[in-house]
Design a protein around this ligand. Structure first.
Ligand SMILES: *[C@@H]1O[C@H](CO)[C@@H](O)[C@H](O)[C@H]1NC(C)=O
Ligand SMILES: *[C@@H]1O[C@H](CO)[C@@H](O)[C@H](O)[C@H]1NC(C)=O
Ligand SMILES: *[C@@H]1O[C@H](CO)[C@@H](O)[C@H](O)[C@H]1NC(C)=O
Ligand SMILES: *[C@@H]1O[C@H](CO)[C@@H](O)[C@H](O)[C@H]1NC(C)=O
Ligand SMILES: *[C@@H]1O[C@H](CO)[C@@H](O)[C@H](O)[C@H]1NC(C)=O
Ligand SMILES: *[C@@H]1O[C@H](CO)[C@@H](O)[C@H](O)[C@H]1NC(C)=O
Ligand SMILES: *[C@@H]1O[C@H](CO)[C@@H](O)[C@H](O)[C@H]1NC(C)=O
Ligand SMILES: *[C@@H]1O[C@H](CO)[C@@H](O)[C@H](O)[C@H]1NC(C)=O
Ligand SMILES: *[C@@H]1O[C@H](CO)[C@@H](O)[C@H](O)[C@H]1NC(C)=O
Ligand SMILES: *[C@@H]1O[C@H](CO)[C@@H](O)[C@H](O)[C@H]1NC(C)=O
Ligand SMILES: *[C@@H]1O[C@H](CO)[C@@H](O)[C@H](O)[C@H]1NC(C)=O
Length: 855
């Protein structure tokens, strides 16, 4: 029924288009009369590119010369034109666009009247129209560059006239390149079919001083990315995001993955200024920029997801090196005080943490507060003592949060002001606000920033030695300015609500350094922070960053997260999405980080702990009320606290499984389609995902949810993690099974044929391992698993129906086999070894003659 109604609706929409097309014929006439101001070139559509034809919806009465500039554009391909509000047909005609009388919206022709072209062999392109739809002059000349970066990836760059272009549009074994010069667009195909990889032909190209618009399409089928997993839009709906780091959104990257006919390809958009990205239901992607000298697209052709990720990562300078400590629990505290004495008082008052954790930062503002103090004051020395007594002595790692901003009243500022590295507004160093403190902002790509960093490190050493750590969190480095609110200004003719919001709570767009306005490089602020401070912190430094670009490889923390079920769901989406785009280590604060937490969030907070137990990074860091297990005991209940502690213990027991997955260069927490790339039932899944290739994890993401439905892809059997009950595709309805869950259930399934190492004890020296072995039904099938320890040791496990074999590489006595748990399709059993077996001795264990065994 409803499908039919939708169909009728679609038909009506279509009919509207036909009407519109007729009504717009005056525009077409104006266009042809050569009398309209602003039109430079009129011959543009006489050279017609047949490729374009199939994009259009054309009715039977269309004459051939109307074919190539039509308003009969499918709803899902309509790119808005001009200011969205208060449009009339007259205003719309004036800016050479189509008007939809039903919706009162103005949209671009297809192809758009706004394009660039060249009628010679030159690689510079002129604009079709003098003015943009916002009545700004368009750049007369722009350039395009195409640089193949490998057989499987290519960079396409649109830039202004400050540099000329070089076009290398060659065919490789993996893609064919075509470039059309009038109008200008590029298209890439897979070489042996006409399968499209990328086209820039379907939207306008507008390039003026403060407004650029360009668009591309990767596929008309499945599109993933832009901070989401599957982007699933219908009809008129669109997805819009602004890429411009601020409090609310500092880690969405403009990256995409596309799927069609069994193959994946991907694209990274590089742009350092404010960029608004809209995805239409057709999967057409529109880019709008307020700034810039260039927009770069980087296409990778796959054809598998793994290859796309590798091709993306190939261009990074360095890679992540994981150690098991990364997977421990990291504790930090946030708040508004920058007064060292107060921060220390609060810390002293706090109950000792009574759960297992790996690192403690004491307080996010500790560094800024310490910088505000003299290095020889009694408070500073009390700080050193506290770090020593309460963090180091109990064998925890001290991790220091460093914010980019510098307190205006500090010695550090006085000593570095003359370096000229701080952002200026109106000729003086710009003062922003961080919790009511005046702060100034260094520009980390400034020529003299190394001197600043040396002074910063000196100040740190004076205050923290001998406890200056090797772990650092570069916090709030989008960077945060709590005083700035963006307003509409004349200069930006296009400033959507989304852009206005994104350009607030961070440095004013017009603050400048070296006479360059900061908003032009805004999206690289965190990147330069990491790149410049990182090496100065020493070779062994472990760094997490709150804001990054695609080129960083360091783990990422998201900040300013309100606790809510929606944000819990979004947290999963964000981590899964980052895993696909080269950032497998993303952390979202457990139970949120802002002060909105109350005891009513208890059951959500327990669920968040359960989810975090198998997430890439486990970080508990929030404003008050704190939500570590110790604080939860008094804030919510002892019950919640004990659930949270169990989740943490569970995490520590799986730490080496995590280390093994990442050590094998695979993302840890990843969407189902990463492992089942050709099963489109998995594409939209978020509540269930894979942790490594062997664990399928499920979480309810709605309040009071007592049932979860789980999709099990055809093929393998899946064993419920705790009890070993087996499930598979055939057991459910088309693969879907339904389970009843309680708020404290961690639901996971082990894939048949796998072996998962679990650490049973907390002993730092000798670790007792339990192997969870999921055997298949088939006599000949072997289960396999691995354990990578992070100190160069690795162990391989192979199990037949009757026997386990271990082989080691660089192993030593530090890991021993204690227990073996065996899952079979119709039975489970446990073998407790009489004596621990050293894994370094490559033991074999026969399942049939063990005395302490239920097998
Ligand atoms: C739309 O136009 C009306 C009348 O011309 C005006 O009152 C209203 O403020 C305008 N709305 C916007 C959003 O510009
Ligand atoms: C647009 O629609 C209005 C009614 O909503 C109608 O009065 C008007 O004549 C239409 N304009 C054109 C150009 O068809
Ligand atoms: C680039 O374009 C601008 C404005 O269109 C013009 O003023 C400038 O001279 C051009 N520069 C070069 C190198 O052509
Ligand atoms: C590259 O492929 C395109 C079609 O995809 C074709 O038009 C073009 O001629 C090819 N170029 C070369 C040099 O073979
Ligand atoms: C791709 O280019 C090659 C030559 O480089 C050509 O033989 C082949 O036909 C092209 N494929 C398509 C689909 O145009
Ligand atoms: C810039 O500073 C001057 C004096 O220092 C002041 O008169 C002027 O109002 C300031 N302009 C802005 C836009 O703040
Ligand atoms: C910077 O831009 C803001 C608007 O966002 C404006 O109010 C302010 O005067 C500008 N400052 C200078 C020095 O241009
Ligand atoms: C999966 O693809 C098939 C055919 O390609 C299609 O019929 C089906 O609707 C798709 N399912 C989903 C969930 O997209
Ligand atoms: C473990 O298996 C992997 C491949 O699965 C292999 O590369 C590695 O060399 C093996 N290590 C040992 C110690 O056998
Ligand atoms: C095992 O080897 C690692 C280095 O590979 C070393 O750090 C550790 O102390 C050793 N453990 C034992 C028990 O020998
Ligand atoms: C267990 O069985 C295996 C092979 O069947 C045999 O080699 C081994 O000696 C037996 N071990 C014990 C303790 O009986």
């Amino acid at each position: 029924m409803s499908a039919q109604r939708e169909f009728i609706q679609e038909q009506n929409d279509l009919r509207d288009d036909y009407k519109i097309r007729k009504r717009t014929s005056p525009i077409v006439n104006v266009w042809r009369s050569r009398s309209t101001r602003g039109i430079l070139f009129l011959f543009c559509f006489s050279i017609v590119v047949p490729v374009l034809v199939y994009y259009f919806l054309i009715d039977n009465v269309t004459t051939s010369d109307e074919l190539y500039d039509t308003c009969a554009v499918d709803e899902t391909y309509r790119v808005p034109c001009g200011k969205p509000e208060n449009t009339t047909i007259d205003k719309c005609n004036k800016i050479h666009c189509c008007f939809d009388n039903t919706t009162k919206r103005c949209f671009h022709y297809l192809p758009s009247k706004y394009y660039y072209f060249s009628d010679s062999e030159n690689q510079d392109y002129g604009s079709s129209l003098v003015q943009s739809p916002f009545f700004e002059a368009q750049l007369k000349t722009v350039y395009l560059s195409i640089n193949p970066t490998s057989d499987k990836s290519v960079q396409i760059m649109l830039h202004d006239n400050s540099t000329t272009g070089t076009i290398t549009c060659t065919n490789t074994t993996e893609y064919n390149c075509t470039i059309n010069s009038n109008p200008l667009f590029v298209e890439f195909y897979r070489p042996n079919s006409r399968e499209l990889l990328l086209t820039t032909a379907k939207g306008p190209m507008i390039i003026s001083d403060h407004y650029w618009e360009w668009s591309f399409q990767l596929t008309d089928e499945y599109l993933f990315g832009l901070g989401q997993t599957l982007i699933d839009l219908s009809g008129k709906s669109t997805l819009t995001k602004v890429i411009y780091g601020n409090d609310k959104d500092h880690n969405t990257l403009p990256n995409f993955l596309a799927y069609k006919n069994g193959k994946y390809h991907g694209l990274i958009v590089r742009h350092s200024g404010p960029l608004e990205i809209t995805v239409f239901a057709s999967k057409l992607v529109s880019l709008k920029s307020l700034s810039g000298k260039k927009i770069t697209l980087e296409l990778s052709v796959g054809p598998t997801i793994q290859e796309v990720i590798n091709q993306f990562n190939d261009n990074k300078a360095a890679n992540l090196i994981v150690t098991p400590d990364i997977f421990g629990v990291h504790v930090c505290r946030e708040g508004s005080s920058l007064i060292l004495k107060d921060i220390l008082e609060d810390f002293k008052k706090e109950q000792n943490l009574d759960f297992r954790y790996t690192s403690d930062c004491l307080h996010e503002n500790l560094f800024l507060a310490a910088i505000n103090e003299k290095s020889d004051s009694s408070v500073t020395s009390e700080m050193r003592d506290l770090i020593g007594d309460k963090i180091i002595k109990s064998s925890h790692r001290f991790s220091l949060s460093i914010l980019p901003q510098v307190p205006y009243d500090s010695d550090l500022y006085t000593n570095t002001a003359d370096l000229n590295i701080y952002f200026k507004l109106n000729q003086t160093d710009y003062k922003g606000q961080y919790f009511k403190n005046d702060v100034v902002y260094p520009y980390f790509n400034h020529a003299s920033v190394d001197t600043f960093i040396q002074k910063l490190l000196e100040a740190a050493k004076q205050r923290f030695d001998p406890h200056l750590p090797t772990d650092f969190v570069l916090s709030r480095n989008w960077p945060s300015d709590q005083s700035f609110v963006m307003k509409e200004i004349d200069k930006f003719k296009y400033l959507s609500k989304e852009l206005t919001e994104a350009m607030s709570s961070t440095l004013p767009w017009n603050a400048s350094s070296d006479d360059e306005l900061q908003f032009l490089e805004h999206n690289n602020y965190g990147y330069f922070h990491v790149e410049k401070i990182g090496p100065a912190l020493g070779d062994g430094a472990f760094i997490m960053t709150a804001s990054h670009t695609f080129d960083n490889f360091q783990p990422i923390i998201n900040q300013n997260v309100d606790i809510s079920w929606t944000n819990f769901h979004n947290t999963i989406v964000t981590i899964l999405s980052n895993s696909l785009f080269g950032h497998p280590l993303t952390s979202i604060p457990v139970c949120g980080s802002t002060s909105t937490f109350t005891s009513s969030h208890e059951s959500l907070c327990i669920r968040w702990y359960l989810m975090a137990s198998t997430a890439p990074i486990f970080r508990i860091s929030s404003d008050e009320p704190r939500r570590d297990p110790t604080s939860l005991a008094s804030l919510t209940s002892k019950y919640a606290a004990s659930q949270a502690k169990s989740a943490i213990d569970f995490r520590y027991s799986l730490m080496y499984y995590f280390n093994t997955v990442l050590g094998n260069n695979e993302p840890l927490m990843r969407p189902m389609f990463y492992d089942f790339p050709d099963d489109n039932n998995t594409f939209a899944l978020v509540d269930q995902y894979m942790v490594g290739s062997d664990l399928l994890v499920v979480h309810p993401t709605l309040p009071d949810q007592t049932q979860v439905t789980i999709y099990l892809p055809p093929g393998d059997k899946w064993f419920e993690f705790w009890g070993g009950d087996s499930y598979d595709y055939n057991l459910g309805k088309d693969g879907w099974i339904s389970l009843t869950v309680s708020e404290t259930d961690w639901i996971g399934f082990v894939r048949e044929g796998s072996i998962i190492p679990i650490i049973l004890n907390t002993d730092e020296n000798v670790k007792q391992v339990r192997l969870k072995i999921a055997l298949c039904d088939n006599e000949n099938c072997e289960a396999k698993g691995m354990l990578i320890t992070g100190d160069e040791q690795s162990f391989n496990f192979t199990s037949t129906q009757s026997e386990l074999a271990v082989t080691n590489q660089n192993g030593n006595d530090s890991f021993v086999l204690h227990e073996i748990e065996i899952f079979r399709p119709h039975s489970t059993c446990l073998i407790k070894l009489n004596a621990d077996l050293k894994l370094v001795e490559d033991p074999t264990v026969n399942y049939h003659n063990q005395s302490n065994s239920s097998c």
